[in-house]
Design a protein around this ligand. Structure first.
Ligand code: AMP
Length: 195
């Protein structure tokens, strides 16, 4: 019997960004995850869009797992309201824990950290180390630069044409939530020992 996704990792900015649409999208995504019964896995902070998405899930009665490296506990102002918080010894172990805990990944708008996290997950998928879905939730064009970077890699001959299928771009939180509701957890075993 299909069970659907249980946990979704969200990568997003530790700042709110300039456009109020970013905050609105994070709120809508968090609320929708809670209503769908999908646990949020995220970076454990209470600031920026990270805090917005976690607060929205909690306000709607959903479950949250935060994963934060010890050295960022103060800088990212660790969220003390989340249900489950794992403190890791490094950025690398944080990313691995988030990867292992999630059935799928969503990128909301963010900065370099967000980009780093989602590109790493996409790269691991390109290497065949996992087959978990990666969704880019586009808010006012926020997903365009990463799409353009991948298209440029393909045009320059540094990636296969089908690399564009490693992730999906959805227009806003409603479309992202609708797609999440259709997805099933990957049956392919994730090869964490190679990460
Ligand atoms: P940002 O998008 O830069 O606001 O960062 C969002 C998240 O990415 C935060 O949880 C940061 O801790 C994390 N982050 C920031 N810089 C890096 C980095 N160089 N490598 C991995 N993660 C990062």
């Amino acid at each position: 019997m299909p069970s659907g996704l249980r946990s979704v990792a969200v990568f997003c900015g530790s700042r709110p960004g300039h456009n109020p649409a970013y905050r609105a999208a994070a709120t809508a995504l968090g609320t929708g995850l809670a209503h769908a019964g999908m646990r949020l896995v995220y970076g454990g902070g209470r600031i920026g869009l990270m805090g917005v998405v976690a607060d929205a899930v909690l306000a709607a009665g959903g479950a949250v797992l935060g994963v934060i490296p010890e050295f960022l506990c103060r800088r990212e102002i660790m969220h003390d309201g989340v249900m489950e918080l794992i403190v890791t010894d490094s950025m690398h172990s944080r990313k691995l824990k988030m990867f292992e805990a999630a059935d799928a990944f969503v990128m909301l708008p963010g900065g370099l950290g967000t980009l780093d996290e989602v590109v790493e997950i996409i790269t691991w998928r390109q290497l065949g180390l996992h087959d978990k879905p990666v969704l880019l939730c586009d808010v006012a064009g926020s997903a365009q630069p990463i799409q353009a970077a991948l298209r440029a890699s393909i045009e320059m001959g540094f990636a296969n044409a089908d690399a564009i299928e490693l992730f999906e771009v959805l227009d806003g939180p409603d479309a992202t939530l609708a797609r999440l509701a259709e997805l099933q957890p990957s049956q392919a075993p994730a090869n964490s020992t190679r990460l």
